[in-house]
Design a binder for this molecule. Structure first.
Ligand code: S3P
Length: 440
């Protein structure tokens, strides 16, 4: 256990500069996993070297992949190919990372060995029943007294291909089933009522798997044919829109600011926040749109903006599920009320984000309400009081959101522990300070 690292932020003006935020976390995890399975050596440029992804690296190494980083910062993953994964040599401790846990358990479900998973105290509270249920239907056996980590999984020798309708919109659950489906003879199908991020589908296809997607009015039916021969790829990871969101909102809030964020992933299944902020009046200009490594990317210019409160419908949630904490901060500075609807899933993220955001914002003098699964933030377009120490409950995004809030609060804002920021955004405070922010 590392010592908690208190961090504070205080009134800043005139953010300026040009930054490349760190690589996309979802794509980084999947690059390591699919590279680790494929035949040949996958190269990955721009991999997020956050703690979450490094846990995935350790897990794949432990199952037989050869993974190293060269002097230019490019990662080389030599996969196990047709011989398949080895039984992991040790307990797979995936730290704070829900994506590592759920996707790797899916991967193991299609392999006939036993693996033991654990994580930190935040991850050990998060629900795993949502993957246990479909993976058990495919033939995997679990030992997990309470549907949470730690758990043991014994994968199926001949996994049964299933047709499974997701009861919650979750890309992690979808991906776990698709990865288990790689080991099954025949076609495994996932039905999504509400579309979630599609990086697994895109990347599995580019590694050579046969994936078909049937888009219907009320659902999307994703099918994968098992036992493909996956081939190594060269991957360029775009910058994570979920990480870019923090400096971007900071630039909207701080006076006389103008920043450029380069190489940002703008996959429509991920970029919901930018659209919502624009509807609130944010000045965000997209330039140089292009496709890189199969993903749409662009450079974004953000400048100081006057924001107005809006109503964010529940259908928006999957395309910006990780961005509600920072949206709630933007809403605190807007003129009028922002109602964010349908946020039940926020209760089972790295922390109960719904409760923690409401608590922290109200400690900083902002009027907030939770009504059912909706969060209401009553903005006044004046700087909030701040002057509080915020409980972050091992949650990187809560930590970064409140540090952004402190940049325009009347009094300094302190977070109880900034160490978890390294799970997704190593060097966050330094990058922010490089733009002119005051964080220490
Ligand atoms: C992720 C999916 C989302 C998201 C998480 C990353 C992924 O989780 O919150 O940060 O990479 O598939 P859910 O599947 O629980 O919605």
């Amino acid at each position: 256990m590392t010592e908690p690292q208190k961090l504070s932020s205080s009134r800043s003006a005139g953010l300026s500069g040009d930054i490349i935020p760190p690589g996309d976390k979802s794509i980084s995890h999947r690059s390591i996993m699919l590279g680790g399975l494929a035949e040949g050596t996958t190269t990955i440029r721009g991999l997020l070297e956050g703690e979450d992804v490094l846990h995935t690296v350790t897990a794949l190494r432990s199952m037989g992949a050869d993974i190293r980083k060269d002097e230019r910062g490019v990662w080389h993953v030599t996969g196990v190919g047709p011989k398949g994964l080895d039984a992991p040599r040790e307990v797979l401790d995936v730290g704070n990372s829900g994506t590592s846990a759920r996707l790797l358990i899916g991967l193991c479900a299609g392999n006939p060995f036993t693996a033991h998973f654990t994580g930190d105290s935040s991850l050990r509270k998060r629900p795993m029943a949502r993957i246990i249920e479909p993976l058990a239907k495919m033939g995997a056996r679990f030992e997990s007294p309470d549907g949470k980590l730690p758990l043991s999984i014994t994968g199926a020798l001949n996994p049964t291909p299933i047709v499974y309708t997701l009861p919650v919109p979750s890309a992690q659950v979808k991906s776990a089933i698709l990865l288990a489906g790689l080991g099954a003879e025949g076609v495994t199908t996932v039905v999504e009522k509400i579309p979630t991020r599609d990086h697994s589908e895109n990347m599995l296809r580019s590694f050579g798997a046969t994936i078909s997607i049937d888009r219907r009015e009320d659902s999307e039916i994703i099918s994968i044919t098992g036992k493909p021969s996956l081939k190594a790829q060269n991957i360029a990871v775009p910058s994570d829109p979920s990480s870019a969101a923090f400096p971007l909102v900071a630039a909207l809030l701080c006076p006389d600011s103008k920043i450029t964020l380069r190489n940002i992933g703008i996959n429509p299944r991920r970029a919901g926040l930018f659209g919502v902020l624009r509807l609130m009046g944010a000045k965000i200009v997209e330039t140089n749109p292009r496709i890189e490594g199969g993903e749409p990317v662009a450079d974004l210019m953000a400048s100081t903006s006057e924001l107005s409160g809006i109503d964010v419908p529940p259908e928006r949630a999957p395309s910006m599920i990780d961005e509600y904490p920072i949206l709630a901060v933007a809403a605190a500075f807007a003129n009028g009320t922002t109602r964010m609807r349908g946020l039940g899933e926020l209760r089972v993220k790295e922390s109960d984000r719904l409760t923690l955001m409401a608590q922290g914002l109200s400690r900083c003098g902002i009027k907030v309400e939770i009504e059912g699964d909706d969060l209401l933030v009553h903005g006044t377009s004046r700087p909030p009081a701040g002057g509080a120490t915020i409980e972050t409950s091992m949650d990187h995004r809560i930590a970064m959101s409140f540090l952004v809030l402190g940049l325009q609060s009347q009094q300094m804002v302190t977070i109880d522990d900034g160490s978890f920021i390294a799970t997704s955004f190593p060097g966050f405070a330094a990058m922010m300070n490089g733009l002119g922010a005051h964080m220490a």
